[in-house]
Each structure stands twice: as C-alpha cells, then as structure tokens.
Design a protein around this ligand. Structure first.
Ligand SMILES: Cc1ncc(COP(=O)(O)OP(=O)(O)O)c(N)n1
Ligand SMILES: Cc1nc(C(=O)O)sc1CCOP(=O)(O)O
Ligand SMILES: [Mg+2]
Length: 208
C-alpha cells in the first residue's frame, strides 16, 4: 500500500467550479503529499464521474500524487485509481474492501471512536473524521466535533486520521496537535483566490 499523503484535496464539482483547474494549481505545489479525492455531486452520471476520475488519475501520475474516488468504487476500479472513500450511505467498509482488493487505499468516514474501531476492523486503511468545524460545503452534517473529537478517534485506532470539515490553514495546528495525520479540504483550496498559494499554506501548516 502506498504511503498516504497528508493533504487531501476533494474535488469541488458544484456549478461554477473548475476542479481540474484547481488540481493543476495544487499538484505542482503538493506533489506526492497530495491525495486527490474525486467527489462528484449525487446527480452526476457515472460517465461524468468516470471522465473526471480518468483525467485526475492522469494528472496525479505526473506528480506522484494519489487519486482516490469517493463513493463510486466501480469508477475507482475502471480508471485505475489507488482506492476509494466510503461513508454511512455507501457500501459497508467490508464490502468496499472486497470490491477494491487487499492492497487498495480505503478510507472510511468515522465520527466517534466506536465507529472508527469498527471501520478499521472491516478494512479501512485511513479514516476521515469530522466535521471538525462548521462548513457550508456539505449540508446535513452533525455538529462539529472539534479537535477533542478528533483526538478521541485518534486514541482509539492505529490508522491515519484525516480531519475534515471547515479545515483551513489556521485550524490545522490544533488538529495536528490532536493527533490528526492530515487534513481533507474542499473550500480552503477550491474557494481560494489563489489555489496554489492556499495549497502551500496548508502544507506549511501541516509541517510538510
Ligand atoms: C476524507 C474524507 N472524510 C470524510 C468524507 C465524507 O464521506 P461521506 O460521509 O461518505 O460523505 P460524502 O463525501 O460521500 O458526501 C470524505 N468524502 N472524505
Ligand atoms: C464532504 C464532507 N464530508 C464531511 C464530513 O464531516 O463527513 S465535511 C465535508 C465538506 C468538506 O468541505 P470543506 O473543506 O469546504 O469544509
Ligand atoms: Mg460517501
């Protein structure tokens, strides 16, 4: 299994966004420290997901970065991505592991220690833990768990914990101090006036 990058950039495919332009800005800055998670809106077709994922895999390969696919594991397999990420509404972690195979990177969302332990036992190789802070990027999330909630999960498992939800360069130090291995962002890079600079600031805050 490849070593996991510490900065996870999730594609922003909402109307008016340009995920490939953001990736072209972030990849030369973060290179192998970047994990790109291809996440499309729920109403996107599989063909749209496949096209974005295929192009993302090719871009990542130029820089030694890792490409994962959110939710749609058949797309991950079809484009030769390194793995995928699943949450409560997706395939169960054990089923996802069977689909992807034993060597793939498999992320699972966990919000508290018991769920985290279960996800790791079922085959997750890292956990996405949050929401750490308030975010307007995704609706319907539970209340933020803060660095203390991240620490509770970190203490329960021995896989990398990736903190997600409202993460900015300013909030990274407290999340790292809580034991997070890395962070996942959408808005902090996609919504930045200068995505390359935002990527550099996040990497600096992560100590990369
Ligand atoms: C790194 C990371 N952590 C959590 C999530 C959320 O996954 P999920 O709960 O399945 O929600 P959707 O992203 O599918 O809407 C994630 N994608 N990445
Ligand atoms: C996709 C997603 N999942 C979350 C979770 O807590 O499970 S928070 C989130 C959105 C992350 O976007 P931003 O960095 O703009 O807050
Ligand atoms: Mg999901």
């Amino acid at each position: 299994m490849p070593s996991l990058g510490r900065l996870h950039l999730i594609t922003d495919t909402r109307p008016g966004r340009n995920p490939l332009a953001v990736l072209r800005a972030a990849l030369p800055v973060a290179r192998a420290e970047l994990v790109v998670q291809v996440r499309v809106t729920d109403d996107a077709t599989d063909r749209e997901a496949y096209d974005l994922a295929r192009r993302t895999v090719a871009l990542c390969a130029r820089y030694g970065a890792t490409c994962l696919v959110n939710d749609r594991l058949h797309v991950a397999l079809a484009v030769g991505a390194a793995g995928g990420h699943v949450g409560a509404d997706d395939l169960p972690v054990g089923a996802a592991r069977r689909v992807l195979g034993s060597t793939a990177v498999l992320g699972a969302t966990a919000r508290e220690p018991d769920g985290a332990v279960e996800a790791v036992a079922a085959g997750a190789s890292y956990l996405g833990v949050g929401p750490c802070h308030a975010t307007s990027t995704k609706s319907g999330l539970p209340a933020p768990i803060g660095p203390a909630g991240v620490r509770a999960v970190v203490e329960a498992v021995d896989v990398p914990v990736i903190a997600i939800g409202g993460v900015t360069a300013a909030t990274v130090p407290a999340l790292r101090a809580a034991g997070a291995y890395g962070v996942a962002v959408i808005g902090a890079v996609s919504g930045a006036a200068d995505p390359a600079r935002a990527t550099a600031e996040l990497l600096g805050a992560l100590g990369c």
